[in-house]
Write a protein that binds this ligand. Structure first.
Ligand code: PEP
Ligand code: MN
Length: 262
């Protein structure tokens, strides 16, 4: 069902005035985790002002260690809805289990399925039974075939509003958190009709090469880019090393606009 052989034309997902997979690129930005209303509103207002339409932020966080910040949960989703309604943005937040779907559906526009849950088949089936858009992340060590088949679960269960996002894979390289697999972009575009995006923050885990990686992704045919932005990254409760501040975002954004990608 995800294959170009099944459907040749690009799938376009429209949410409010934003189109994923259409003729223009989409920027998804926001903090790794929602930490407070003040934190999210500060970022959202700055992003909206810059012309960004999609706000990200985690409320249910899949942390490697149980001792790390686990996210604000439903409280975080409520903050997200309040802030997004105030500034007028489309929202995206991760869900980790089928039991979170009904609640999350009340507060966010797009469900994110994280890398660690790419093959959580019960979750894939459950979001497939909703009509809500899903952003599916590539698993930490997933092949493109496994990635595409995970998306297939969602369409097979009835939901065709699915977007794929490359977020780097595990290799032996240590200078980046993950290895950005640029070849995934043209291959996923060739094999599937779904929108394809690239998360440059999790792919690299660093701030200094985000612009080059985003340009590479868009030049390779990606429909959009995701980047983590926090008002004060050093003080953030997750992914402190890779999040950029608002000034850094504005420089990154200008670089992409100057190159004609937005
Ligand atoms: C995230 O986007 O917040 C996240 C946890 O990313 P990933 O699932 O790609 O590691
Ligand atoms: Mn993160």
């Amino acid at each position: 069902l995800v294959s170009r052989r099944h459907k040749s034309e690009d799938t376009i997902i429209r949410i409010k005035h934003t189109e994923f997979g259409g003729t223009s690129h989409v920027m998804i930005a926001g903090p790794c985790s929602i930490e407070s209303r003040d934190q999210l509103l500060t970022v959202a207002a700055a992003l909206k002002n810059a012309g960004v339409t999609v706000l990200r932020g985690g409320a249910f966080k899949p942390r490697t260690s149980p001792y790390d910040f686990q996210g604000l949960g439903v409280e975080g989703l409520k903050i997200m809805k309040e802030v997004a309604d105030e500034v007028g943005m489309v929202t995206i937040s991760e869900i980790m289990s089928p039991s979170q779907i009904d609640t999350a559906a009340r507060y966010v526009d797009i469900f994110q399925i994280g890398a660690r849950n790419m093959q959580n088949f019960d979750l894939l089936k459950a979001v497939g039974q909703t009509g809500q858009p899903v952003l599916l992340k590539r698993g930490l060590s997933a092949t493109l075939e496994e990635f595409i088949l995970a998306a297939e679960y969602i369409l097979y269960n009835g939901n065709d509003r699915v977007m794929l996002i490359e977020r780097g894979i595990r290799t032996f390289e240590k200078w980046t958190r993950n290895t950005l697999d640029i070849s995934a972009v043209p291959l996923l575009k060739q094999e599937t009709h779904l929108p394809v995006l690239v998360d440059v923050s999790h792919a690299t885990g660093r701030k200094d090469i985000l612009l080059s990686c985003a340009k590479a992704a868009l030049a390779a045919g990606a429909d959009g880019v995701m980047v983590e932005v926090h008002p004060n990254p050093q003080a953030s409760r997750s992914d402190a090393n890779q999040q950029i501040n608002i000034d850094e975002f504005n420089t990154f954004w200008k670089g992409l606009r100057d190159s004609g990608f937005f």
